[in-house]
Design a protein around this ligand. Structure first.
Ligand code: C5P
Length: 245
């Protein structure tokens, strides 16, 4: 299951759960309904690489290792080499680590098939946070910062970037070859399913703006029927794609 023509292949489920047992239970529930499973910090720090083996035992879907690396280039390069041995499809690194670090990540992946995604600006940051809390230059918009960081990722040879649905169109316009992976997906913007996501868009809006993949966690994880929730999102992706033709 690779081609992006299959709407399901665009949906990445964030396995944001604390244990291997819960992860396996979600993989069993959602196998066949999503294109990829994302393993993030909570699960990987708790269970380690065993969780990747367990996912593979229960599904043929691809795996995205969301470790958001941010360290000196030599350390990141070696960490990426270790990750490449796990045979996952995507691995994230923070663009804020600088272009040399992004290049080191790409080098670390070598020709293993592992693709590096640069995190531009977290979707949990809003328009005021990056100035007031993080001290970025006055007048710099989140969109400017995101596009600048996407440019760094493109120059460093990353396969794609993580960005919010609000900036995906600008990235598409400037960097046609970067894959765009969009978290902060909410079907109802008034129901944020947790309070940390600020730059949110609907599945339809993200696809219409040109997103290649959508990352969805809590709206599926916390639904009464996670499989039905995933299928509903795939349906919206499908409608947005056919409307876009
Ligand atoms: O639950 P929710 O749908 O908000 O989950 C979004 C997922 O995407 C989380 O696993 C989070 O770590 C990840 N993510 C994000 N923003 C980024 C990069 C990754 O929300 N910029």
């Amino acid at each position: 299951m690779t081609g992006l023509n299959d709407p399901k292949s665009r949906l990445i489920f964030a396995l944001d759960v604390p244990s291997l047992d819960e992860a396996v239970s979600f993989v069993q529930k959602l196998d066949g309904s999503v294109g990829m499973f994302k393993v993030g910090l909570e699960l990987f720090i708790k269970e380690g690489p065993a969780v990747l083996t367990a996912i593979r035992e229960h599904s043929n879907a691809e795996i995205f290792l969301d470790l958001k690396l941010h360290d000196i280039p030599a350390t990141v390069e070696r960490a990426v080499q270790s990750a490449a041995a796990h045979k996952v499809r995507f691995l994230t690194v923070h663009c804020a680590g600088g272009e040399a670090m992004l290049k080191a990540a790409v080098n670390g992946a070598g020709d293993s098939g592992l693709q590096i995604l640069g995190v531009t600006v977290l979707t949990s940051l809003g328009p005021n946070d990056h100035r007031e809390e993080l001290g970025y230059r006055k007048g710099l918009t989140l969109k400017d910062l995101t596009v600048t960081r996407a440019g760094m990722a493109a120059k460093a040879g990353c396969a794609g970037v993580i960005c919010s649905g609000l900036e995906v169109a600008a990235i598409r316009q400037n960097f046609q070859n970067l894959k765009t992976v969009v978290p902060g997906i909410r079907q109802n913007k008034n129901n944020l399913g947790g309070t940390d996501q600020k730059r949110v868009v609907t599945p339809k809006a993200a696809i219409q703006a040109g997103a290649d993949y959508l990352v969805v966690g809590r709206p599926i994880r916390d639904a009464a029927d996670p499989k039905a929730a995933a299928q509903q999102i795939v349906q919206e992706i499908s409608e947005a794609l056919s409307g876009a033709k």
